[in-house]
Design a protein around this ligand. Structure first.
Ligand code: NAD
Ligand code: GLY
Length: 370
């Protein structure tokens, strides 16, 4: 991977009539030209939350004001625990109270929680209105804003209710990452690291060499990481938009990670923290299944730790911890007839999705939890 930074780059998502660009650059959110290719509409609705709206909503509205005569804002409560029906309803309330028609464009201004909920609202309001992702967390820029997965959580399982629905445009402004707390930068690094073992070990080498500047918010390093992550995701989504096969590899670390998130109660561990620790657990399982050597498990674990992420999984039950993990993982969307399917590393840079014997999974949980 080269160290050349782009000023503004476009990574295309190629999905026939649902194709769109991911625009990446510093200071692009408030530039009206960023939105030039969007369809004309009388109304835009900016969906954000109580943390992000005060920081960036006025900049976005100023950039859109020459294009859309009416711009409304709906401000949601912040947090993963609000990614639910009740909060989703606030978007529909605002759309209907403002008599928004089916040409109204929704703008998701926030992290993955705002992006997933706005996308789901766009997919279902009047059976579908256009929307734009303006991701403001590192995690959302490298993963959740791209590829059209939208959802809310259910108390019994994460992202269980949603739709595949592609945005018209993704706007990744690197400047907005400057206000992100360090813990959120680390959470984003988890999804960036993920792309190495599943698809590109040269990228993994590069992350190892740049993890400190990435954690410190170095714009040139972040530009490279966001661009390469989006390129890899675009390649996968372009081949398997609705996750009939290949796309499942993007869930490396997520089967264990989602169990941690929902088992502890949404919002205790960040999504990226669950994914980081989940990748450690999935690497152990890959090793125990005879796929990768111990050196790879140690190398991945070291990088996850250097990224500021937890590498020891939490206990979810005093009585039967492994059983609790297994019950939660059976709810995973990749499960088939109650059989849990894991994203494992076949060899570094290549992932495989398969079931694993219960005793091996239990052994990994016992080893990784404290
Ligand atoms: P988040 O949306 O909760 O954002 C993290 C925190 O940072 C929030 O408090 C938010 O208000 C704050 N924040 C956002 N931007 C900020 C900024 N620029 N400055 C200061 N604070 C800011 O969490 P996230 O990590 O962005 O996203 C996690 C969610 O994304 C999960 O619900 C996960 O399931 C989902 N996700 C979806 C996909 C997908 O393909 N759709 C992929 C990965 C994750
Ligand atoms: N984040 C996993 C996916 O988009 O498929």
């Amino acid at each position: 991977m080269s160290d050349t930074a782009c000023s503004v780059c476009n990574v295309p998502i190629n999905l026939a009539e649902r194709s769109y660009p991911i625009t990446i650059g510093a200071g692009i959110l408030h530039n009206p030209a960023t939105y030039d290719a969007l369809p004309k509409a009388g109304t835009a609705m900016v969906v954000s939350n109580t943390t992000v709206a005060p920081l960036y909503a006025s900049q976005l509205i100023a950039a859109l004001s020459g294009r859309f005569p009416n711009i409304h804002v709906v401000t949601l409560p912040d947090g993963e625990s609000h990614k639910d029906w009740l909060t989703l309803q606030l978007i529909f309330d605002a759309l209907l109270e403002n008599a928004c028609d089916r040409k109204t464009i929704l703008f998701a201004l926030g992290g993955g929680v705002v992006g997933d909920m706005t996308g789901f609202a766009a997919a279902s309001y009047m059976r579908g209105v256009p929307f734009v992702q303006v991701p403001t967390t590192l995690l959302a820029q490298v993963d959740s804003s791209v590829g059209g997965k939208t959802a809310i959580n259910h108390p019994l399982g994460k992202n269980m209710i949603g739709a595949f629905y592609q945005p018209q445009l993704v706007v990744c402004d690197l400047d907005v990452l400057k206000s992100l707390p360090p813990r959120e930068i680390s959470a984003g690094l988890a999804e960036i690291i993920k792309y190495g073992p599943i698809a590109d070990m040269a990228f993994f080498d590069w992350i190892e060499a740049h993890v400190e500047p990435l954690r410190q918010g170095d714009t040139a390093a972040l530009a490279q990481a966001v661009k390469r992550s989006c390129e890899i995701k675009a390649l996968v989504v372009g081949q398997d938009e609705r996750e009939t096969g290949l796309r499942a590899i993007l869930n490396f670390g997520h089967t264990f990670g989602h169990a941690i998130e929902s088992g502890l109660g949404y919002g205790h561990w960040l999504h990226g923290e669950g994914v980081g620790c989940g990748m450690v657990m999935a690497a152990h399982l890959s090793h125990d299944m005879g796929l990768v050597d111990r050196a790879f498990v140690d190398r991945l674990t070291r990088l996850i730790q250097r990224a500021g992420l937890p590498i020891t999984a939490p206990m979810l039950s005093k009585a039967d911890n492994a059983g609790r993990y297994m019950d939660l993982m059976r709810m995973d969307k990749k499960s088939e007839s109650g059989e849990i399917r894991f994203v494992l590393i076949d060899s570094p840079g290549k992932a495989v999705v398969q079931a694993a014997p219960d005793d091996k999974v239990r052994a990994v949980i016992d080893r990784c939890c404290a």
